[in-house]
Design a protein around this ligand. Structure first.
Ligand SMILES: [Cu+2]
Length: 188
C-alpha cells in the first residue's frame, strides 16, 4: 500500500508540475478524456485491488469466528486498569510476566481479549489490527510475527488516567526460544 500510494503520488505530482511548467501540456487530450482515464479508468482497478486486499486481510485477522485446521496458538490477553496480562490456556504450566507477551515467530496466534474492568483495546501496530477488550465478552483477533523480534503494544481505547502508560511488549522467538521463554518464567 505504501509503495502503491508513493507511485500514485509521484504520478499526480508529475502531472501537476507538467501542467504548471510545460506550456500547452495536456491540451491535446480533450477534458472529457482526462476525466474518463484519470477519474475512472485509473482509480477503479486501484480501488478494487485495495478492497480485495482489505477483505483478504480482514479474513485473516478475524478468522477466530470460524474453525479451521491450521495450527493456531491461543493466547489470552486480559486488560485491567492499567496493565495487560497474558496466559496460554493450551500450554499447561506456562506462566507469563505481566506486560510481556511471548509468541513463536512464523505461527498464527489467536488473541482472546478480555477485560476485568472497563473497555480496553489490544493493539500491536506492527503485527496488524486491533481488538476491543470488553468485560464479560471474549473477542478474538489473529496476529502473526514473521520474524523474531520485539514489537511494542499499547491499549488503544481510552480507559482512564493510566491509559497512556498501558503498554506491553510482544517478544517473538524461534520455536525453541519460545518454549524456553514461557517455561523459564515458571521458576521466577
Ligand atoms: Cu486504555
Amino acid at each position: 500500500m505504501l509503495w502503491g500510494s508513493c507511485a500514485l503520488f509521484a504520478l499526480v505530482l508529475g502531472l501537476f508540475l507538467a501542467a504548471w511548467f510545460v506550456p500547452d501540456f495536456g491540451r491535446r487530450l480533450p477534458p472529457d478524456r482526462w476525466i474518463v482515464w484519470g477519474g475512472l479508468a485509473l482509480p477503479l482497478p486501484v480501488l478494487i485491488a485495495l478492497t480485495l486486499y482489505a477483505f483478504n486481510q480482514g479474513e485473516f485477522l478475524l478468522k477466530g469466528a470460524t474453525k479451521d485446521t491450521e495450527d493456531v496458538l491461543e493466547v489470552r490477553a486480559t486488560g485491567r486498569m492499567w496493565e495487560w496480562d497474558f496466559s496460554y490456556p493450551t500450554l499447561p504450566g506456562s506462566v507469563a510476566e505481566p506486560g510481556v507477551l511471548h509468541i513463536p515467530a512464523g505461527r498464527t496466534i489467536e488473541i482472546v481479549a478480555e477485560s476485568e474492568d472497563v473497555i480496553h483495546s489490544f493493539w500491536v501496530p506492527r503485527l496488524g489490527g486491533k481488538i476491543d477488550a470488553v468485560p464479560g465478552h471474549a473477542n478474538r483477533l489473529r496476529i502473526r510475527a514473521d520474524k523474531p523480534g520485539r514489537y511494542g503494544g499499547i491499549c488503544s481505547e481510552y480507559c482512564g488516567t493510566g491509559h497512556a502508560g498501558m503498554r506491553f511488549e510482544v517478544r517473538a522467538h524461534d520455536e525453541d526460544g519460545f518454549v524456553r521463554a514461557v517455561s523459564a518464567e515458571t521458576s521466577e
